[in-house]
Design a protein around this ligand. Structure first.
Ligand code: ADE
Length: 232
């Protein structure tokens, strides 16, 4: 999979060289390229922002450098993601959808956002997704893009060594994950639940399912189908 990122802070993305994504990148499974938006400016100050039309606080990212950057990067297979708190919620389902695309382009806005015409114009030549990480505001799209790249990238075949580890995790079946234990069987007086040491696979599966339901009911009841909430 090819991923391009456009940002005024390319150094943010050095963490993509670490851990599983780093290995996928050096092994050629993920081809990730990070571009400095300022390389697409032409003035001495490499200006990327200007005052908002209509007035108000803050600065807005100018359309011209974005237009030139996307002219250079887009292909016929591109899906363009604009991380923004004004976007649709990014979920595990979105991550899976993105992981199946050939070419992702992340456009990281700063300040009060990017001139809306950049998004409108990009829609005329590629699929565009405005996506939010959650109902809170970050200083820019970089951290959100990184989270989305990690969530989607780890679902690309070959990135996570054992694909079975992707199956039984939080949100894959709509529920939170069950708690995990390892050796020793007793640690600081706390026992591993005996069922997990019983060797009874059906009993273990039933216990894990019950733990998933209990945890989801307690922490994230809105994720449960109505009949599983225990409400009347
Ligand atoms: N940029 C700033 N805040 C954001 C958020 N919550 N999600 C995605 N991009 C953002």
């Amino acid at each position: 999979m090819r991923i391009d990122v456009v940002t005024i802070f390319p150094e943010f993305f050095s963490v993509l060289d670490v851990s599983l994504l780093g290995r996928a990148r050096s092994g050629g499974v993920l081809d990730i390229r990070v571009h400095d938006l300022r390389d697409f400016t032409h003035d001495r100050h490499r200006t990327v922002d200007d005052t908002p039309a209509g007035g108000g606080a803050g600065m807005v990212m100018k359309p011209e450098p974005w237009g030139e950057a996307l002219d250079a990067i887009l292909t016929l297979e591109s899906t363009v993601v604009f991380p923004t708190p004004a976007g649709a919620l990014f979920t595990q389902g979105t991550a899976r959808d993105l992981s199946e695309r050939q070419h992702l382009v992340f456009c990281c806005g700063r300040y009060e956002g990017i001139d809306q015409r950049v998004i409108e114009h990009t829609r005329t030549r590629a699929e565009v997704l405005e996506l939010s990480l959650g109902d809170y505001v970050l200083n820019g799209g970089e951290v959100a893009a990184m989270a989305m790249i990690e969530a989607a990238g780890r679902l690309v075949p070959g990135v996570v060594g054992n694909p079975e580890s992707l199956v039984e995790e939080s949100h894959e079946d709509g529920l939170l994950e069950y708690p995990s234990y390892t050796k020793p069987a007793v640690w600081r007086g706390l026992e591993t639940p005996p069922v997990l040491l019983s060797g009874n696979h059906a009993a273990i599966a039933a216990w894990r399912r019950e733990q998933q339901l209990e945890r989801t009911r307690r922490v994230r009841p809105e994720l449960l189908p109505h009949e599983e909430t225990g409400d009347a």
